[in-house]
Design a protein around this ligand. Structure first.
Ligand code: FAD
Length: 382
């Protein structure tokens, strides 16, 4: 006899950010009864740099080209066409290859959330967070405010502080592979162009950087982050350093002369994809920040989060086809993710280590980018 107090699903996704939304969108036409649970209600704030990388747009288009077209028409964004890098009074501009944007996460995540709401049969539960998650007898069980949810597969898309990861794996935060970061919104910052994002290096903090990313309504997202192991070792106060960075850099000081800070300076962590972690097991998968997939150099995580959501959805379909939710079979997800991102993340981690051990290489990069040929080469590597 079915227990009426238990909500039965085929798939339960915990977390409706870019990773969870992409997963729900990719499952749309698979005929699986899907629930998406988020502790917040949308639109909601997310501490981020608000740079929507090319990979995010590519994944959105690959799930359904109409979603890509809808985002092209979405008004609350700027297209990003280039990055200007500032270092020791020099500056160099690199053009981007892929279509990318800046868009406040309040808007971007709500856009994705609305796509899920309007284009899928997903049951969405907001202001809802599971208390206990367990895997017993080939089923994942979640207790949520006294109710029970059950499914053969649960997807942990609940970000950097994932409770799915905490309860189903022994993963722990490793400060050598985790960035502490702060960001605030400003108004009235003169930017080179709304299509150019700006990145400022300071030799004391390499390879970390301060970013100024333009947004509509005369706003900009400004932030700074550093490897957590360095923050602890050097006893760095990130909030204080953020303001000092702006104050001690001549270009930034001039740029911020008439600027107004219009939001609180908020902090949040970035779990980097530079360390192998458990990302799946019997009846579960982790995606996005819950699986630690952020680029160790750029700090971009939205594209990788969405890609992992799509790859998890593809594995879920294979699991239902074979009626196999075992760790051994679900590992197909790990393999697909490693195939797609492994080489890139390893190379980016190597780059991060090299620049922090040999900061003079950044001077070399500026020198090299004076040559048109080498600049093209660097552009590709970035
Ligand atoms: C300061 C900073 C700057 C960044 N800048 C950039 C950038 O410019 N570009 C870029 O690509 N990436 C950037 N990143 C990384 C990017 O923010 C993440 O990689 C991305 O948000 C990951 O998406 P996600 O869906 O995995 O997680 P999230 O976006 O964190 O979404 C997780 C969702 O899960 C929900 N949730 C959390 N806990 C629970 C729970 N217990 N129960 C139910 N729901 C829960 C949350 O409400 C949220 O909606 C930045 C990160 C930081 C901290």
């Amino acid at each position: 006899m079915p227990d009426n107090n238990v909500q039965q699903y085929d798939v339960i996704i915990v977390g409706g950010g870019p990773a969870g939304s992409a997963c729900a969108l990719a499952l749309a036409n698979c005929g699986l009864k899907t629930a998406l649970i988020d502790k917040a209600s949308f639109p909601r704030n997310k501490v981020c740099g608000d740079a929507i990388p090319g990979r995010a747009i590519k994944v959105l288009n690959s799930i359904n080209p109409l979603y890509g077209t809808a985002f092209k028409q979405f008004p609350y964004k700027f297209e990003s066409k280039r990055t200007t890098v500032f270092y020791k009074r020099q500056q160099v501009t690199f053009n981007w290859v892929l279509e990318a944007y800046t868009c406040a996460r309040m808007e971007f995540d709500y856009f994705l959330h609305t796509l899920v709401k309007e284009n899928t049969a997903t049951d969405i539960y907001t202001n809802t967070s599971p208390d206990k998650i367990s895997v017993v007898n080939n089923k994942a069980t979640l207790s949520v405010n006294g109710k029970t949810f059950e499914a053969p597969v649960i997807v942990g898309a609940d970000g950097a502080h994932s409770i799915v990861a905490k309860q189903l794996t022994s993963n722990i935060v490793d400060r050598n592979h985790y960035v502490g970061s702060v960001r605030a919104y400003y108004s009235n910052i003169p930017v080179e162009s709304s299509n150019t994002i700006e990145v400022y290096f300071d030799k004391r903090f390499l390879p970390s950087y301060l970013w100024v990313f333009p947004l509509p309504d005369n706003k900009a997202n400004v932030g700074f982050g550093m490897l957590s192991s360095e923050v602890s070792k050097r006893k760095i106060n990130l909030k204080k350093t953020f303001y000092e960075f702006i104050d001690q850099n001549a270009v930034l000081r001039q740029k911020f002369r008439n600027a107004t800070q219009v939001s609180e300076l908020e902090g949040f962590g970035l779990p980097l994809g530079s360390k192998i972690q458990t990302i799946s097991g019997n009846n579960f998968m982790l995606i996005g920040d819950a699986a630690s997939l952020i680029d160790p150099i750029s700090g971009d995580g939205i594209g990788n989060a969405m890609l992992s959501g799509k790859l998890a959805a593809e594995q879920i379909v294979r699991c239902f086809t074979r009626n196999d939710f075992s760790a051994a079979f679900i590992k197909g997800y790990d393999n697909a993710l490693i195939g797609a991102l492994g080489k890139e993340l390893r190379a980016r981690y190597q780059m991060q280590r090299t620049i922090s051990q040999m900061p003079f290489l950044l001077d070399g990069l500026f020198l090299a980018s004076r040559s048109k040929f080498l600049k093209k080469f660097i552009q590709k590597a970035l």
